[in-house]
Design a protein around this ligand. Structure first.
Ligand SMILES: [Zn+2]
Ligand SMILES: [Zn+2]
Length: 356
């Protein structure tokens, strides 16, 4: 009875999310068949984002119903190509974007790809990067320069290009503006650096000194550990000697959302980018009477990835300090723990390595 085995579909190892409040489970899952213009990418690195914890620890719903493979910060090498793939060969190093847009809807055609009607986020709408392979259409990929590590590719795919999109496109931060960023995670530290490129005055708020030290090193004009002041808002306004033109909230908790809006002056812009399913915890009248602009930001169009690669090649953006841990796929639940404990900025999962 060997026949059955011969015809068994090829499989890969993946960390599968079934239910919130449970560990991810390491399983063999079938490989997705390749369509003509698809590329199968062997995933070298997928870094963990706080959004993943929202699904696992907080019960935030994924768009695709579980079981689903989480992870949206993916870099790897081309393993196999469909018949009509012309742009890539096996072995080519690539970045898989965290937001995949269709390219054909009205929003995509008007250069608002992140508002795509068919937007797909790996690890949310479709299976993501905590697996040995991912299959995507060739047009969504970007080449990872040879001199860049896969870890850097993972950072580019989500936080670096997302921060670029937020600062340069969604908010258009201007020279001399006062910017406060709540959250010193990978996204906060990336936004900080992009805002400094615009010559803004940038202040960071977090509850971990070691993260705030990196922020200072990355050029923050001031940092505040909000656990160390009685009223966070007072501490921030003292640091700023006033209120902010722009506040970027990267955490998404009701408490930090309130703190964020309270440090904004009239006519200011508040940017929400910490993915959560909380409702807004402040008064509508505050938005109206202070003429506040409320701005959302998600991911980035892939056409902005080359701009970020150029900034990195010109050494205008730092990133190495953001990589704080490495785990194999079977240790993914330990890897998630490093985020839970506040010990991580970006913990990297290496799905095709068996030891590190
Ligand atoms: Zn993310
Ligand atoms: Zn579209």
């Amino acid at each position: 009875m060997t026949g059955k085995k011969l015809h068994a579909p090829p499989t890969m190892k993946a960390a599968v999310f079934h239910h919130a409040y449970e560990p991810l489970s390491i399983e063999d899952v079938p490989l997705k068949p390749l369509k003509e213009s698809d590329v199968r990418v062997k995933i070298e690195t997928c870094s963990i984002c706080h959004t993943d914890l929202q699904f696992v620890d907080r019960g935030l719903a994924t768009y695709k119903e579980p079981p689903i493979i989480l992870g949206h910060e993916i870099a790897g090498a081309v393993e196999e190509t469909g018949k009509k793939v012309t742009a890539y060969l096996p072995g080519d190093r690539v970045i898989v974007p965290a937001t995949i847009s269709c390219g054909t809807c009205l929003f995509c055609k008007s250069w608002n790809e992140t508002q795509c009607e068919n937007l797909k986020i790996p690890g949310n709408h479709i299976d993501g990067g905590y697996a040995q392979f991912i299959t995507v259409d060739q047009r969504h990929l970007t080449r990872l320069p040879d001199e860049f590590s896969f870890e850097l590719g993972s950072l580019i795919s989500n936080v670096l290009v997302g921060a670029y999109h937020l600062v340069f496109d969604r908010v258009n931060i201007r020279q001399g503006e006062t910017v406060v960023i709540f959250g010193c995670g990978g996204f906060g530290l990336s936004v900080l650096q992009m805002a400094k490129l615009k010559h803004a005055h940038v202040y960071m708020v977090d509850i971990f000194d070691w993260k705030l030290n990196i922020a200072r090193d990355y050029g923050a004009d001031g940092v505040l550990n909000s656990n160390k002041c009685r009223v966070c808002e007072e501490g921030v306004c003292e640091m700023l000697k006033g209120k902010a033109d722009v506040v970027i909230e990267t955490i998404g908790t009701p408490r930090t959302l309130v703190q964020a809006i309270n440090v904004l002056h009239k006519g200011g812009r508040i940017v929400l980018s910490g993915y959560a399913d909380n409702t807004l915890p402040f008064l509508v009248s505050k938005i109206i009477m202070d003429e506040i602009k409320l701005i959302g930001s998600v991911g980035a169009p892939i056409r902005e990835i080359p701009d970020v690669i150029k900034l990195l090649k010109d050494q205008r953006i730092r990133w190495e300090e953001m990589i704080t841990g490495h785990f194999t796929l079977d240790k993914i639940n330990e890897a998630l723990n490093t985020l839970r404990m506040g010990q991580s900025i970006r913990t990297v999962v290496h799905p095709n390595k068996t030891d590190l």
